[in-house]
Ligand binder design. Structure first.
Ligand SMILES: Cc1cc2nc3c(=O)[nH]c(=O)nc-3n(C[C@H](O)[C@H](O)[C@H](O)COP(=O)(O)OP(=O)(O)OC[C@H]3O[C@@H](n4cnc5c(N)ncnc54)[C@H](O)[C@@H]3O)c2cc1C
Length: 470
């Protein structure tokens, strides 16, 4: 699969005749070498150059920048407020508030950066609706709202059910809370814009240059099929693909997320009342997330629906290209929007999600390898948070002692997931229990005790449910 065709967004953002950056052509060196050309890698590179323009920063990307999750996601630019319970558990209350505020600031900063740098990433700051599409989901946000309230923080607005259904264009939304800070983007346009700015600032980008090996030492050496790069620090910004490293594999599992997009139908969106760029997620465990686009389409995604998990440390290509579940995802779109009377998908795609147990990322240096840094585990909420990640990784790479390098998400990798083959088969069991739990909730009944028990091993979503082992 040509990586440029991995999503509707990438097809829109990369002209067929656009030149890729050259591959690495021999042995080279850099002060800092970043592996991975998505939001994490590109924001880190830009931050580094911003802080010291004389730094030699190199970035290698196995495909083209944006070909990973950054060019294929839903484009929701969210803060960490909805994940406050997990954040509080990891960092304590005060630090959780500071980081949640920092993540909300990042939503604004991304818009400002796009404006200043002339990046047309279709940035719209129309907020995010956390909606209930079933009775069991109603008020699932109460724990989070109460927790943030204890710190006198009020990032969400409670909407009356009539307002929820009127402004979202569907009576399937029975209740909801609204976070006005959130924005949306065309994510591949953002990734490609960041690539352009990074190049303008002197970052050397090598595309079609996969890292095949990482050699340890005072100066680690990145080995690729086209040559090597020796660097003082290496930043691993390779998302799901970082499960090739055993310590990271223990801390994250890789699941799929599948998206369909309709044709342009601005007048029908107007008719149903979904009149702006407000993004929406529901409260089921295999989450539904949907948004409109600037040209009046709906992009509708579903998390974790596919049970075909990667085995061991190899992600492979089964999470690339068109979604094999496009028909099912389209059915859910039509279930959610019956007023659209059988809308069809014009395109579909999928991508890998790096899920940590808490739903929040890890930053730091690999154990015993102080010059190899990681930023991984965004768990399907990375578009905004990767901007924070870039700040953290730049501070770590520059060995600064500041509020970023010392923040609560800089921590050793967890040992949360078992080795193979238990990981693969156990993961399949848990995923199918989650799907059965959601189906039971849709049918208005409680899941059986075994299903409930197995589903309790699910990594954290937005709000933990009773008995969840997070
Ligand atoms: C379908 C889908 C929907 C999503 N929706 C949302 C959303 O709406 N909002 C949100 O906040 N988040 C969402 N996410 C998550 C979000 O996209 C990610 O958290 C974010 O893009 C992660 O950025 P990254 O730079 O860490 O990873 P990536 O963008 O995946 O970048 C990693 C890069 O590393 C490269 N790479 C891998 N291995 C190597 C190697 N060996 N050598 C060199 N390069 C390598 C890859 O090609 C890739 O380009 C979604 C994800 C998916 C898949």
């Amino acid at each position: 699969m040509d990586p440029r065709r991995n999503s509707h967004w990438l097809k829109e953002a990369i002209a067929p005749d656009e030149n890729d950056c050259p591959s690495l052509g021999g042995d080279d060196s850099a002060d800092i070498c970043i592996v991975g050309g998505g939001f994490t890698g590109l924001w880190t590179a830009i931050q580094l150059k911003q802080q010291d323009s004389s730094l030699k920063v190199a970035l290698i990307e196995k495909d083209v920048c944006g070909a990973g999750a950054s060019g294929r996601n839903g484009g929701f630019v969210l803060s960490w407020w909805a994940k406050f319970l997990s954040l509080e558990k990891i960092c304590g209350g005060e630090e959780a508030v500071r980081l949640a505020k920092a993540s909300a600031d990042s939503v604004d900063a991304i818009g400002e950066f796009c404006h200043q740098q002339g990046i047309d990433a279709h940035y719209r700051r129309d907020g995010w609706l956390w909606a209930a599409t079933g009775e069991q989901q109603i008020d699932s946000w109460d724990g989070t709202m109460n927790a943030v309230g204890r710190y006198q923080q009020y990032p969400f607005k409670r909407w009356q059910p009539e307002e929820v259904s009127a402004r979202s264009g569907s009576g399937k939304h029975l209740a909801g809370i609204f976070e006005p800070t959130a924005a949306s983007v065309q994510p591949a346009e953002l990734a490609r814009g960041l690539r352009r700015v990074a190049l303008e600032r002197g970052v050397r980008i090598f595309e079609h240059t996969p890292m095949t090996k990482l050699k340890d030492g005072a100066q680690p050496v990145i080995v690729t099929s086209h040559g090597t790069i020796r660097a003082n620090k290496v930043v691993l910004a390779i998302n799901a693909w970082s499960i090739r490293f055993m310590p990271i594999r223990r801390a994250i599992v890789v699941v799929s997320s599948d998206i369909v997009i309709t044709g342009a139908m601005p007048e029908r969106l107007e008719e149903i009342g979904w009149r702006n760029g407000m993004t929406i997620s529901d409260g089921r465990m295999l989450v539904h997330y949907y948004r409109t686009t600037r040209d009046g389409r709906i992009a509708f995604g579903k998390g974790g629906m596919h049970g075909n998990l990667p085995y061991g440390g190899h992600v492979g290509t089964k999470l690339d290209g068109p979604s094999p579940l496009a028909d099912d995802v389209t059915k859910w779109l039509n279930w959610t929007y019956p007023k659209l009377r059988g809308v069809r998908a014009a395109d579909s795609w999928r991508g890998p999600i790096d899920r940590s147990k808490s739903g929040l990322p890890y930053f730091g240096a690999l154990e015993g390898r102080p010059n190899v840094l990681y930023g991984v585990g965004y768990s399907g909420n990375g578009v905004g948070p990767c901007h924070v990640g870039g700040r953290i990784l730049a501070s770590l790479a520059l060995e600064k002692q500041d509020e970023w390098s010392e923040c609560g998400l800089v921590r050793p990798l967890g040992r949360d997931f078992p080795p193979e083959p238990i990981r693969y088969f156990g993961g399949k069991l848990v995923r199918s229990a989650i799907a059965r739990s959601d189906a039971a909730a849709d049918a208005g009944r409680a899941p059986g005790p075994l299903t409930h028990y197995l589903a309790s091993f699910a990594p954290a979503g937005l709000s933990p449910f009773k008995g969840q082992k997070t």
